[in-house]
Design a protein around this ligand. Structure first.
Ligand SMILES: Cc1ncc(COP(=O)(O)O)c(C=O)c1O
Length: 410
């Protein structure tokens, strides 16, 4: 029994209380969940056995005697991986392991932001980032995207406009390599333009690269961090999308001036040690062969999703074929309100992410939605999209049943 009243003790400014977990929807297209069949379970079991036999006794020390920046063999793996894939030159001392890249967002924000500050983000961006910024009372300026990511013409005029008002934004947050939710990859030339603007206005770049391993053709431009010569880029990444989100292991690459501040704020005495040990043991021999297998499977699921949308929604669902990742960003006809569709679909067992939660421009995103195709099976994708189309037809009159109908909305 619980009848003690905590309410009078709660400080002002707490976020709204969470609702109780009611389980995943039957057809779940939400969140950044991964493909259950692609978790390398057997190899992870081997890794856990090997590393615990060899080094299990080091669990007796906080941080496995590797210091507060995390298990050194994992940081060493990251040094070589980041050099090979993203062109980043970092030493183990320039990397901090954190509890998912969500903790990286918190540490960067705690280090740089105060209420009333301004930051620049992509107009469509990660909900977890937007929610944090709202909670911190930060003014968030969204820059529209095109097929190559954040638009530099708009960014240039926004920076000039802010400067004229005496405002120096604290950072430019970007997800340049498989953008969430739009799935674009910013080409190298645009990365160079972004860096130039960042340097001209003295605004650091906050590069969130957590989807960078999931690219269909495996080719990525260098990280913005790798292209900067003045240490103005904070780079974060994660093992959530390449291996498994439940492990909660992410990392930060940052210059010591930022790192030393963030270390002072990371007061949890280190992120989960077992996860770090297992990842280091697993990744050194397996990471490079695991990733292409994973992306091939994800691509198949994406094809299934695009096909199902074509069959069920016809021309009512518009989308670009993303370059990688786990999401499809879909535009429905203007009269569809995806916040309402979300409620109605959930009642029918289909969970979707409504666009407005992923955008600073609620009007623009009002008829858009994000679908994660990684976690449902291909059969669930087909069935779930069919149910979604039924709900959408019932609530908004679109799509009409035939896929061959005249298109009513842009
Ligand atoms: C762009 C972006 N950044 C950060 C995260 C947080 O990921 P994690 O804390 O699992 O590393 C996510 C999760 O979906 C994301 O999409």
């Amino acid at each position: 029994m619980s009848n003690f009243d905590f309410a009078p003790l709660l400080p002002a400014g707490l976020p709204a209380p969470a609702s109780r977990w009611t389980g995943l929807a039957k057809y779940s297209f939400i969140g950044g969940n991964n493909d259950p069949d692609q978790v390398p379970v057997d190899e992870l079991i081997e890794a856990v056995n090997a590393v615990l036999k060899r080094e299990g006794k080091s669990l007796a020390t906080y941080g496995l005697a590797s210091g507060p920046q995390g298990y050194r063999p994992l940081r060493e793996f990251l040094c070589s991986k980041l050099k090979r894939d993203a062109g980043i030159v970092a030493t183990a001392d320039g990397i901090m392991i954190v509890s998912g890249s969500l903790q990286a967002l918190d540490l960067v924000n705690q280090t740089l932001l105060a209420r009333g500050d301004t930051v620049i983000v992509e107009q469509e961006t990660y909900q977890g980032t937007l929610n944090r910024l709202t909670r911190l009372g930060v003014n968030t300026v969204g820059i529209p995207l095109d097929g190559e990511g954040m638009r530099m013409d708009v960014l240039a005029s926004k920076l000039a406009e802010l400067k004229a008002k005496g405002i120096r934004p604290k950072y430019i947050y970007t997800i340049p390599t498989v953008q969430n939710p739009t799935g674009t990859i910013m080409p190298e030339s645009r990365r160079a333009e972004l860096l130039k603007l960042s340097q001209e206005y003295g605004v650091p770049i906050f590069e969130d690269d957590c989807y960078a391993d999931l690219i269909w053709d495996g080719k990525r431009p260098p990280a913005i961090h790798a292209m900067a010569d003045n240490g103005s880029v904070i780079h974060i990444g994660s093992f959530s999308k390449s291996i498994a989100p439940a492990l909660r292991v992410g990392f930060i690459v940052a210059p010591w001036e930022m790192m030393s501040r963030m270390l002072a704020l990371k007061t949890d005495a280190g992120s989960g040690a077992l996860e770090q040990m297992v990842l280091a043991e697993y990744c050194a021999p397996h990471f490079t062969s695991h990733v292409p297998k994973l992306t091939r499977g994800l691509r198949r699921k994406l094809d299934t999703l695009m096909e199902a949308l074509g069959e069920q929604f016809g021309t009512s669902a518009e989308f670009e074929d993303p370059k990688g990742g786990i999401f499809l960003w879909v535009k429905l006809p203007d009269n569809v309100d995806t916040l309402k569709l979300y409620q109605a679909a959930l009642a029918a067992g289909v969970a979707i992410n409504p666009g407005p939660e992923w955008s600073t421009n609620k009007g623009y995103a009002g008829s858009r939605l994000r679908l994660c195709f990684a976690s449902p099976s291909e059969q669930q994708i087909r069935e779930g999209v069919a149910v979604l189309a039924d709900v959408c037809r019932r609530e908004f009159g679109v799509p009409v049943r035939s896929a061959n109908i005249e298109r009513k909305h842009g």
